[in-house]
Design a binder for this molecule. Structure first.
Ligand SMILES: NC(=O)c1ccc[n+]([C@@H]2O[C@H](COP(=O)([O-])OP(=O)(O)OC[C@H]3O[C@@H](n4cnc5c(N)ncnc54)[C@H](OP(=O)(O)O)[C@@H]3O)[C@@H](O)[C@H]2O)c1
Length: 239
C-alpha cells in the first residue's frame, strides 16, 4: 500500500467509525415500545414517566376500558387494551402484578414474549399471594419468575421502591433514588438501566438474576430511598 492509499484507508476507517458511533447513539436515543401487564400503582406510574420520556406504552388490563381515561390523559403515545395486545405491541415488557398472578400470566403470555426483555416488579407477599410465596422466597423472586417465563430476558426492577416514591419522586434532589437491578442478560440490563434513567431514577446492577433475592422485600438490599452511591456501599457490605 502506498502512503497515499494508506492515508485514504485511514480516512475511510475514521468515517465508518464516526458513522457507526452516530448510528449507535441514534439507536440509544430511539423511543421504545413498552407493553405493560398490570397497570396499577406501579405500572401506571411507570407508564406516565415513560410517556413523558418519549416512549410509547401499551397499558393493559383484564378490563381495558378502565384504563381509557389514563390513556387519554397521557396522550397519543399511550394505548390501552388487553394483556395479549400489550405483549404483541411491546418490544420491552413490564410485568407488575400480584405474585399469585405470575403463573397464570406466564402460562398465557410467556410463549408470545419469547426473546423479549421483561422488567418484573412483582413481589411475593405472604398475606396476599398464598401458596406460591414460600417457593418464590426460597428461590428468590428473580429465579422464580424466570421459571414461569421461559425464553424471556427477565430483569428484576422497581420491586422495592414504594409506589408513592415512584410516582412522586422521580429526579429527586440532591440525589436520585436508586433502583437495584438483577438479570442474566447484559443487553436486557442495559435497556433496563436506560428505562430506569428515563423514569427519573438511578439503576444499580446488583448482579445476575440469582442475586435478586437480596432485594426481595425484607432483605438487606430492599431499600427504597437510597442514592446510587449509598446502595453501592450497601451492596459492598452485604454481598
Ligand atoms: N405498591 C407498592 O408500593 C409496590 C412497590 C414495589 C413493587 N410492588 C409490587 O409490584 C406489583 C404490582 O403492585 P401494585 O401496587 O401496582 O399493584 P396493583 O395496584 O394492585 O396493580 C396490580 C395490577 O395487576 C393486574 N392483575 C392482577 N391479576 C392479574 C392477572 N391474573 N392477569 C393480569 N393482570 C393482573 C391488575 O390489573 P387488572 O385487574 O386491571 O387486570 C392490577 O391493575 C406487586 O407484585 C407488588 O407487590 C408494589
Amino acid at each position: 500500500m502506498t502512503t497515499k492509499t494508506r492515508g485514504l484507508a485511514a480516512v475511510i476507517a475514521l468515517a465508518l467509525a464516526v458513522f457507526a458511533g452516530s448510528q449507535q447513539a441514534h439507536a440509544q436515543a430511539e423511543s421504545l415500545r413498552i407493553g405493560i401487564i398490570g397497570t396499577g400503582n406501579i405500572g401506571g406510574a411507570l407508564a406516565r414517566h415513560w410517556v413523558n420520556a418519549g416512549h410509547e406504552v401499551f397499558m393493559s388490563s383484564r378490563n381495558p376500558q378502565e384504563l381509557q381515561a389514563l390513556a387519554d390523559e397521557l396522550g397519543p403515545r399511550a394505548h390501552a387494551g388487553t394483556p395479549a395486545e400489550a405483549v404483541e405491541f411491546g418490544e420491552v415488557m413490564l410485568i407488575s402484578v400480584p405474585y399469585s398472578a405470575i403463573p397464570q400470566v406466564g402460562a398465557e403470555h410467556a410463549a408470545a414474549m419469547a426473546g423479549k426483555i421483561v422488567l418484573d416488579t412483582s413481589n411475593p407477599v405472604a398475606r396476599r399471594d398464598g401458596g406460591i410465596v414460600p417457593m418464590a422466597l426460597e428461590l428468590g423472586s428473580g429465579v422464580a419468575t424466570s421459571q414461569f417465563f421461559p425464553g424471556t430476558r427477565i430483569v428484576r426492577a422497581f420491586n422495592c421502591i414504594p409506589a408513592a416514591s415512584l410516582a412522586n419522586q422521580p429526579n429527586r434532589e440532591p440525589a436520585r433514588i436508586a433502583i437495584p437491578l438483577a438479570g442474566d442478560d447484559s443487553e436486557a440490563l442495559e435497556v433496563a438501566q436506560r428505562l430506569v434513567d428515563d423514569a427519573g431514577f438511578d439503576g444499580v446492577v446488583v448482579g445476575p438474576l440469582e442475586v435478586a433475592r437480596h432485594f426481595d422485600l425484607g432483605q438487606p438490599l430492599a431499600k427504597g430511598d437510597l442514592s446510587a452511591d449509598e446502595l453501592r456501599a450497601l451492596i459492598e457490605e452485604v454481598l
